[in-house]
Design a protein around this ligand. Structure first.
Ligand code: PMT
Length: 399
């Protein structure tokens, strides 16, 4: 999706400047035209040659360098850009832009840019938490500048805390999100993902094989399309996508509270999570010890979250999933009616390449009127967009 896009990567003077080489290389490999602009301090850490080599064009360093065609360099660069990303962004560049100072090539480009600008701060934890820096960040956010927050951990200066440049993968994802067509702007989408885990004792639990990939793909796709996304997720090994409100839960009861508590604020709810239908009636307070006898565990029913949402539904578009091993269409048609859904995504989880813990899925879309649309095998990201396309059609029909 980056083919043909012009991206300016601004590199400012911090130790994380070397990590931007990876970002430039990834953007260039994805087909973007990458123009690197380095501040004077950035050149103390990495040489322009590194970025020229990785981007296939000279890195820009000097506001007054005469371009060969006699044009105005900073205006040219700002006008052709689809996006400016500043990584790492120091306290200095944040302060300058927040105060309207434009005294070098990068700050003049940012001032002249009409495209989105994404800052990826990286600095010492005390600098990052300094009230002046935080005030500048708030000002920039209010003015419509975008941010990928820094990570937490051991910093190059030896301190521990927030201030590490965000993972390059997250920055890359943030860039893709900003460049995607924003047909879901203003729509709040609540997605559930992953399994639930129901305690048996302090060390054991009942769960299922859901990896969260389907739900996270939906959350990522909706965020890219400009939606406000709330991701309520059971335990998974996945990183939450950039730009979503992440609500981690463990049990079906916690998921019920998290989802019903946010239902009123949502325009669309997509329940891709594999919620446990039952939980142990009594979770033991201490580890259950092994005995020669067999063990019987009594299970009691969890509340059906989706059915409850179906009862409460007002303006929301409600999308359920069904994981079936047989009689897919019949069960799916029953579920659409029973749970008062607008759309049901039914997957036969016995098929190779479908269902749990796979990168692809094979589903049939089932509508309340009984209509069905079988879809071919596709990766979960592509399927997420197909589902969101249908959701947007349903919203249009409802209006
Ligand atoms: O996470 P992945 O590894 O990518 O796998 C994806 C998936 C197989 C989990 C996903 O594609 C899927 O099918 N999710 C729904 C699984 C499921 O629980 O199906 P179900 O037929 O048991 O439930 C029907 C619907 O009711 C689901 O939307 C479920 O979220 C919801 N439900 C179920 C039980 C319950 N107590 N509350 C619910 O809300």
């Amino acid at each position: 999706m980056l083919t043909g896009k012009s991206i300016i990567v601004g590199v400012t003077g911090g130790i994380a400047a070397f990590k931007s080489a990876q970002l430039v290389s990834s953007l260039y490999s994805a087909g973007a035209a990458v123009h690197v602009v380095m501040t004077r301090s950035a050149q103390e850490f990495v040489t322009p040659l590194t970025f020229s080599t990785l981007s296939g064009q000279p890195a820009h360093t000097d506001l007054f360098a005469p371009p060969p065609d006699g044009s105005v360099q900073h205006i040219n660069l700002a006008t052709m850009a689809d996006l400016v990303v500043v990584a790492p962004a120091t306290a200095n560049i944040l302060g300058k832009v927040a105060c309207g100072i434009a005294d070098d090539l990068l700050s003049t480009i940012i001032m002249a840019a009409a495209c989105p600008v994404l800052f990826c701060p990286a600095m010492n934890v005390n600098m990052y938490e300094n009230k002046v820096v935080q005030r500048n960040i708030s000002t920039l956010k209010e003015l419509g500048y975008h941010f990928i927050e820094p990570g937490t951990g051991r910093l190059a200066c030896g301190a521990e805390g927030r201030g590490r440049l965000a993972e390059i993968e997250l920055i890359y994802e943030g860039i893709e999100n900003l460049l995607w067509e924003k047909d879901m702007r203003g729509v709040t989408v609540l997605v559930t993902a992953g399994p639930t885990a129901e305690s048996l004792d302090p060390v054991r639990y009942l769960t299922n094989r859901s990896s969260g990939k389907m739900g996270y793909a939906l959350a990522r796709a909706a965020a890219r399309r400009g939606a406000n996304v709330i991701l309520v997720s059971g335990p998974t090994a996945l990183k939450p996508p950039a730009g979503v409100e992440y609500v981690p839960v463990e049990t079906a009861g916690q998921m019920y509270d998290a989802v019903t508590g946010r239902f009123q604020a949502a325009d669309v709810v997509i329940k891709a999570a594999a919620v446990a239908d039952y939980r142990p009636k009594q979770a033991a307070g201490l580890k259950i010890k092994k005995t020669p006898q067999s063990l019987t565990v009594e299970l009691e029913k969890n509340l059906d979250i989706l059915a409850e949402l179906g009862r409460r539904k007002g303006r929301q578009v409600l999308v359920g999933f069904a994981a079936e091993t047989h009689d897919l269409e019949q069960y799916a048609k029953d579920k659409v009616k029973e749970k008062n859904l607008d759309l049901l995504v039914a997957n036969d989880v016995t098929l190779p390449g479908a269902g749990f813990n796979t990168d692809t899925n094979i589903v049939t879309l089932v509508y309340p009127g009984g209509g069905t649309i079988p879809l071919p095998q596709m990766d979960k990201e592509a399927l997420a967009h197909r589902i969101l396309d249908r959701v947007m059609e349903i919203r249009k029909e409802q209006r």
